[in-house]
Design a protein around this ligand. Structure first.
Ligand SMILES: Nc1ncnc2c1ncn2[C@@H]1O[C@H](COP(=O)(O)OP(=O)(O)OP(=O)(O)O)[C@@H](O)[C@H]1O
Ligand SMILES: [Mg+2]
Length: 209
């Protein structure tokens, strides 16, 4: 049989592409997990969210997203890795923006909220007005490498969930009453408010080891 040059070329192209993809995934995982050790410090989620918002403003503006922040200034402080928690927020914001990219018949409204949960927990919520989730997607969202995006890796939510679980918290998604989806995570806190813990923000916690 004649050699199928086009087929071979396509196969090589795919191998190179998948190789790049795998390298990308590995680079991102490494950046997230092993670049720095898990640091345990007192984190005020409202302050952490303000930083993430500041970093995202250009991106939000460029995508015509209307941001509403409802950040409580008295959320209890949590013990955790500030950068990793901010990575989770970034992932949720990024996904929310992606979900609204084709929305043109309503405002691309994104709400980010922090609030006290129960007596000593804290919850962060990211609500979008995007495409929403069908039941099938709903079940796979948090699976590693599940993506519906042509340029997605499908690792944002699975990494985010493992980060939150390492903080003894949980991360979940629910459909909105109207269009879009709400993602939220909650973390148990140290039982002191941010104001009370002022000046202790960057001091590492004594973990006993
Ligand atoms: N806010 C959202 N609205 C609708 N669907 C969402 C939303 N967030 C996530 N999804 C769905 O869940 C899938 C997995 O999300 P995840 O963040 O894990 O990966 P990704 O965004 O596709 O790629 P990346 O690795 O770059 O984050 C998305 O591809 C999308 O189908
Ligand atoms: Mg993502």
């Amino acid at each position: 049989d004649p050699i199928n040059v086009d087929g071979a070329r396509e196969t090589v192209r795919r191998i190179i592409r998948d190789g790049n993809r795998a390298a990308d995934v590995i680079a991102r995982l490494r950046a997230l997990f092993s670049r720095r050790a898990f640091t345990l410090e007192r984190v005020d989620l409202t302050e952490a969210a303000l930083e993430v918002i500041a970093l995202s403003l250009n991106d939000l503006q460029r995508n015509r997203v209307v941001l509403e922040s409802e950040l409580a200034d008295d959320v209890p402080v949590v013990a955790g890795d500030r950068v990793q928690l901010q990575q989770v927020m970034l992932n949720l914001l990024r996904n929310a923006v992606d979900a609204m990219i084709d929305v043109d018949d309503r405002p691309r409204r994104l709400v980010i909220r922090t609030e006290r949960e129960g007596t000593d927990g804290v919850r962060l919520t990211v609500r979008d007005a995007g495409v929403g989730l069908d039941r099938q997607t709903m079940n796979k969202l948090f699976d590693a490498f599940f993506t519906t995006k042509s340029d997605g890796m499908g690792i944002g939510l699975s990494i985010s969930r493992s980060i939150i679980e390492r903080h003894h918290g949980r991360l979940w998604a629910e459909p909105n009453d109207g269009p879009g989806t709400t993602f939220a995570f909650s973390i148990p806190s140290l039982g002191v408010t941010g104001a009370d813990a002022m000046g202790l923000q960057s001091r590492p916690l004594d973990t006993g080891d």
